[in-house]
Design a protein around this ligand. Structure first.
Ligand code: MN
Length: 131
């Protein structure tokens, strides 16, 4: 058994997130585990990105938005869970006038499997404020 006491949260890097984002690493599994769980509290949104093995977001607080590339902007409320399949480009974040907290759950692709996530363009203000 290993207790992982809560430490200071990490500030999300400005090249991946707009605005103020902080996160705690909940799980960073070592092989053979590939589990990745992070708890995010944010007042803004991610850049457009994709995850090699997909991702599940589970909203715990606030009000959020998620959009797959080319799709509608969808509102998220506490208790909602979103799955983005492997390689699907998307962004997610807090609604413009709210904060949001979510668990982001995924897996590393494993040894030799390439990067966990790929990052692309900034979400336009038009997309971010369309809902
Ligand atoms: Mn994502």
């Amino acid at each position: 058994m290993e207790l992982q006491p809560k430490g200071p949260s990490t500030k999300g890097p400005a090249d991946l997130f707009t605005g103020d984002v902080r996160f705690d690493v909940v799980a960073n599994g070592q092989e053979p585990s590939r589990l990745r769980v992070n708890l995010f509290a944010q007042g803004a949104c991610t850049m457009c990105h994709s995850h090699a093995v997909g991702q599940r977001l589970h909203v715990t607080e606030g009000r959020g938005l998620v959009q797959s590339r080319g799709g509608e902007v969808v509102e998220l409320r506490p208790g909602d869970t979103v799955h983005t399949p492997p390689g699907e480009w998307h962004w997610h974040g807090a609604a413009p006038e709210n904060f949001m907290a979510h668990l982001a759950m995924g897996e590393s692709p494993g040894a030799g499997g390439g990067p966990e996530s790929e990052w692309g363009d900034l979400v336009t203000d038009e997309e971010y404020r369309s809902r």
